[in-house]
Design a protein around this ligand. Structure first.
Ligand SMILES: C[S@@+](CC[C@H](N)C(=O)[O-])C[C@H]1O[C@@H](n2cnc3c(N)ncnc32)[C@H](O)[C@@H]1O
Length: 246
């Protein structure tokens, strides 16, 4: 538990303890004196203990709040001749990144020709493989249940599975990253929802500071319902904030 906390910031919880007990054989193979997310034993343990629950258009009111902010952000990116860059931090099987692509593509009606890039980051390798495939993970109920009817055209049936439309799939890329040691710059929009709840308070502070630092001025941050925004952000909707300055 202590090694997992120092490596990826996980807080002790009944869910984590149950998952660790189930993955006892994997945990036993890890060198706890050297926690390393790249080490194959640690990577297998992280695959086993992380929680991948996710949905397309999860937290619909928040998605609507972000959709209202997108046209101005896209227009600014187009005027500056750069892509509009979005991040799903803790993307699990990709549904949040698919949602971002659909929201932004719909908003380009008001800023035609804007280039859009969506990056999804996660620790869990099978989840990232599913995200790369652009299909919706089975087992979470009706995939389109929360998707507004006007946006359902971005998802199609592919041999019985729901798949993201290929024109949106091209905007997406996925990487295995540990948010506790991640940094970037110049992002326009970050979703980090239902991730910080698994972390200790110091890890939450560290991750939200890194997210804040990765945003460009005016960039948008959407967190989970119980998460607190870092300093220097202006409330702009339900669990949505805008970066005041650089
Ligand atoms: C419950 S899912 C949330 C998925 C999506 N954000 C949503 O709200 O639907 C949490 C994801 O965060 C990932 N995660 C947790 N801690 C992480 C860390 N330190 N670095 C990268 N990913 C992490 C887990 O692997 C898991 O896939």
């Amino acid at each position: 538990m202590d090694a997992l906390e120092s490596l990826v910031g996980f807080a002790a919880s009944p869910v984590l303890e149950t998952r660790l007990r189930r993955a006892a054989a994997l945990a036993g193979a890890c060198d706890t004196s050297r926690p390393d997310a790249e080490d194959p034993h640690w990577a297998a343990l992280l695959d086993a203990v992380t929680v991948q629950e996710t949905r397309l258009f999860r937290h619909p009111a928040q998605c609507a709040a972000v959709a209202a902010l997108l046209p101005a952000g896209l227009a600014a990116a187009r005027a500056e001749g750069r892509p509009f860059r979005m991040l799903s931090a803790g993307c699990a099987t990709g549904e949040e990144a698919f949602t971002l692509a659909a929201l932004a593509q719909d908003a380009t009606h008001e800023a035609p020709g804007t280039r859009i890039a969506v990056l999804g980051l996660d620790l869990c390798r099978p989840a990232l493989a599913s995200a790369e495939a652009g299909t919706i993970a089975p087992g979470m109920g009706e995939p389109l249940a929360l998707v507004p009817p006007a946006r359902r055209g971005w998802f199609e049936d592919a041999s019985g599975r729901t798949r993201l439309h290929p024109s949106l799939r091209r905007m997406l890329s996925f990487q295995r990253q540990n948010l506790l040691s991640w940094a970037d710059k110049g992002l326009d929009l970050i979703f980090c929802r239902n991730v910080l709840i698994y972390l200790t308070e110091p890890a939450r502070i560290s991750v939200t500071a890194a997210l804040r630092a990765a945003l460009r001025p005016g960039g948008i941050l959407a967190l989970g319902p119980s998460d607190r925004a870092p300093a220097g952000m202006v409330a702009s909707g339900e669990s949505v904030w805008t970066a005041r300055d650089a």
